[in-house]
Ligand binder design. Structure first.
Ligand code: GCW
Length: 730
């Protein structure tokens, strides 16, 4: 009997586990290269690509070869041979034009001019009467980018019959910034520890470093800042520089330059100088020597990112100097090597008037004072990566300065590791905002791609959401945010829908039902979170320091501008921050058409209402003339706040229903992971809703509208919750 039971158990084990033979742990990201399941596409592709050829050799061309080999074999389910001549129809040829003998007879001058140094050209053509698909570029890196583009066409089952593509990046520096500490923790990281194993570097080169580089190159990211902006000066010591050398050589073939965050006091902390005064000749020399040392080992080092005089970090103001003095000192040291300085504008100190106006007040007068290899790095909004903020008024206000926009890919303020949020709509909302700096159409995108003011240096940086979790990002859907960030840095005109569509095809399935359903839950996901966290322009009402969960009652920080009450200002009369002329007048930092729109209650968008206005509880939300009739509210502010909180929870529940309907249609492991995370998110949404509605009700004294489920716990219960071990708060 015992034996029968054993046999049965073994049978069950084998059976259950073989049923999960295709379980996907997410490690391969969007570069899965699984067999194409649509037979018609598969036949067509096999017909068009019978062999492949990479002409020329270099580490980058080897990377292109590697990618083509694994991808074509995986996607086709067979071995597509590598050849060394165009010996028949159906050769896929990848080559840098100037190194190619095979392409010599084909005139691609105008296309290649357009492609520039990083772009590529993809063409269906003929060589010696044989039909070929050509992937070419001016530089090897362009070829590699082109290879990834082409593979994406196959992964997403697109037509490859008559290709004629020229693509080039809009933005020069397309970067990730890892807030990774040298001890392996990640500030605001929700996907485990740091991927950099500083202890075993430089000898042990993890495969993950290469796969990181592949993933980034596949979306066009060309720079990485490997350490936290709250920078440990040790990264600048010889001991760490050799580790950076090792990483840089893994990244180099993939077109990725390495950058580090520099601690402004490094001359004191490492160099034993008495000061870090940027005007002191010894300090300047110390930085010059340090930069020279780095470049002697990493000739393509990118430069420094600096957080100065912000949240306790040292900076030039400690020595009575300006932010520009500090940036320029580093710029001078980096210039001979073509390095750049990214100097953050994220500065604030306690100001009873308004924290949101400070970066502009500090930096705008410095326009024109920065060296030309400095970029001022501005967070998308004037405060701090809130689920929704208006765009920072610094965009468009410093025409003589190169700008780099900083987005947060990691979701510090959007539910962290358990939240299903697709961030492309948030990125796009900022990029498409019109600053009116040079009249209508002066979008933030045009400021950061340099075209508005004619800057060749331009940039977009994302605070990375990558960690050592097997699937890189913790929540499977956070991979989409890394992906979307890179795609938008390459081409900010792509729509959120296009990017989601690509990513779903590559990550989950080419089944159109699956794609449509997942897209339909990704697209509103950011708005859902705004609704149950901080609707109608509310912001900064998070749990203290950990920024996880609701904390609108937080009022005990000695740092008054870290208190939620500083931001929502709720009392018995109303709620919201008056940023019009009767208040902090933050609106005046925008160009007149924008300032006018935000300043008037009748034109200010509802979703920014309490950001710019202080409004009474019984104020009737004004119907906006451009809103469809059905959406025109007429509700009191109190009712509208409640309705948003409740709608947020409902939408998480409908996301759950939609996701559940995908069971068996997608990978079992990924299905279950997301299902469980959505369950956690639903709890969190209810927690946010109940806590905020109960808290604000203590001021409004108005009832929760009829028909809405009543909170099942008390405000005291929610206020008593604490999270001493919340992840990411290192
Ligand atoms: O959002 C705040 C975060 C800090 C972060 C800071 C910054 C790295 O809470 O953790 O520090 O912004 O951007 O410098």
């Amino acid at each position: 009997m015992k034996n029968i039971f054993l046999v049965f158990s073994i049978f069950l084990f084998v059976h259950v586990h073989s049923a999960r033979a295709y379980a996907d742990d997410g490690y391969r990201l969007w570069l899965k290269y699984n067999l194409i399941t649509n037979q018609q596409n598969l036949d067509e592709y096999k017909q068009s690509i019978k062999a492949w050829l990479v002409e020329g050799s270099s580490p980058t061309m080897d990377a292109a070869k590697h990618e083509l080999r694994i991808a074509l074999d995986g996607l086709s389910g067979s071995t597509i041979p590598e050849v060394n001549s165009v010996n028949g129809d159906g050769v896929l040829l990848a080559a840098a034009y100037r190194n190619s003998k095979l392409l010599a007879g084909i005139d691609l001058k105008s296309k290649l001019e357009k492609a520039g140094s990083e772009g590529y050209v993809i063409l269906t053509s003929n060589i010696n009467g044989k039909r070929v698909i050509i992937i070419t570029a001016n530089e090897d890196i362009g070829v590699l980018y082109g290879v990834f583009y082409f593979l994406r066409l196959l992964q997403t089952n697109r037509d490859i019959a008559n290709l004629d593509v020229v693509s080039f990046p809009r933005i020069k520096l397309r970067m990730l910034n890892h807030w990774d500490n040298l001890n392996g923790t990640v500030e605001r990281g929700y996907a485990g520890f740091s991927i950099w194993d500083w202890h075993t570097l430089p000898i042990y080169i993890k495969q993950r470093y290469r796969d990181y580089a592949r993933a980034n190159a596949s979306i066009g990211i060309n720079g990485t800042v490997v350490n936290n902006v709250n920078a440990d000066p040790l990264i600048l010591t010889q001991r760490y520089i050799v580790k950076l050398v090792a990483l840089a050589s893994v990244f180099r073939p993939y077109g990725i330059n390495i950058y580090v965050c520099a601690n402004f006091d490094a001359p004191i902390k490492l160099g034993k100088l008495k000061t870090a005064d940027p005007l002191d000749p010894q300090v300047r020399q110390w930085w010059k020597d340090k930069v020279k040392e780095i470049y002697s080992l990493i000739p393509d080092f990118g430069g420094f990112l600096v957080k100065a005089n912000s949240e306790g970090e040292p900076g030039p103001q400690d020595y009575g100097c300006t932010q520009a003095d500090g940036a320029n000192m580093l710029a001078e040291a980096l210039k001979p090597f073509n390095g750049v300085v990214m100097w953050r504008a994220f500065i604030y100190s306690y100001d009873p008037k308004d924290r949101a106006t400070q970066a502009y007040e500090e930096f705008k007068p410095l326009d024109g004072k920065f060296e030309d290899n400095v970029l001022v790095q501005v967070k998308n909004g004037p405060l701090d990566f809130q689920p929704r903020e208006p765009f920072s008024p610094l965009f468009g206000s410093m025409p003589r300065t190169s700008m780099i926009v900083e987005f947060q890919i990691t979701m510090e303020y959007l539910g962290q590791g358990t939240s299903f949020v697709y961030l492309a709509p948030l990125f796009k909302e900022c990029l498409e905002s019109d600053t009116y700096a040079k009249g209508k159409g002066s979008t933030v995108a045009k400021v950061v791609d340099g075209s508005l003011d004619g800057h060749s240096l331009s940039g977009m940086v994302g605070v990375s959401n990558i960690g050592a979790d097997r699937n890189w990002t913790g929540h499977p859907f956070d991979q989409a945010n890394w992906y979307a960030f890179g795609r938008l840095a390459w081409d900010h005109e792509l729509t959120s829908e296009q990017i989601a569509d690509e990513w779903i095809h590559m990550t989950f399935s080419n089944d159109s039902d699956v794609v449509e359903k997942i897209e339909s839950i990704m697209m509103p996901s950011r708005e859902n979170v705004v609704n149950y966290m901080d609707p109608l322009g509310l912001n900064m009402i998070f749990g203290y320091d950990n920024h996880y969960g609701p904390g609108p009652w937080i009022d005990y920080s000695p740092h008054k501008d870290w208190n939620s009450t500083y931001y929502h200002r709720a009392d018995s009369l109303g709620i919201g921050f008056d940023r019009t002329a009767t208040g902090s007048d933050a609106v005046s930092q925008y160009y007149p058409p924008v300032a006018k729109e935000f300043a008037s209650l009748s034109t200010c968008p509802d979703n920014e209402l309490l950001w710019f206005h202080r409004v009474s509880w019984s104020y009737k939300i004004q119907p906006k003339s451009d809103q469809p009739l059905a959406e025109r509210s007429g509700h009191t502010l109190w009712d509208e706040i409640c309705l948003h909180y409740y709608a947020g929870v409902d939408s998480v529940r409908s996301t759950q229903r939609a996701w559940n309907s995908l069971e068996v249609k997608i990978d079992d492991e990924e299905f279950r992971d997301v299902q469980m995370l959505l369950e956690i998110q639903e709890n969190e949404a209810v927690w946010w809703r109940n806590a905020c509605v109960l808290y604000f009700q203590t001021f409004s004294k108005m009832p929760i509208p009829d028909g809405l489920e009543k909170p099942d716990k008390t405000l005291q219960y929610y206020e008593s919750l604490s999270f001493p071990y919340a992840p990411g708060t290192w």
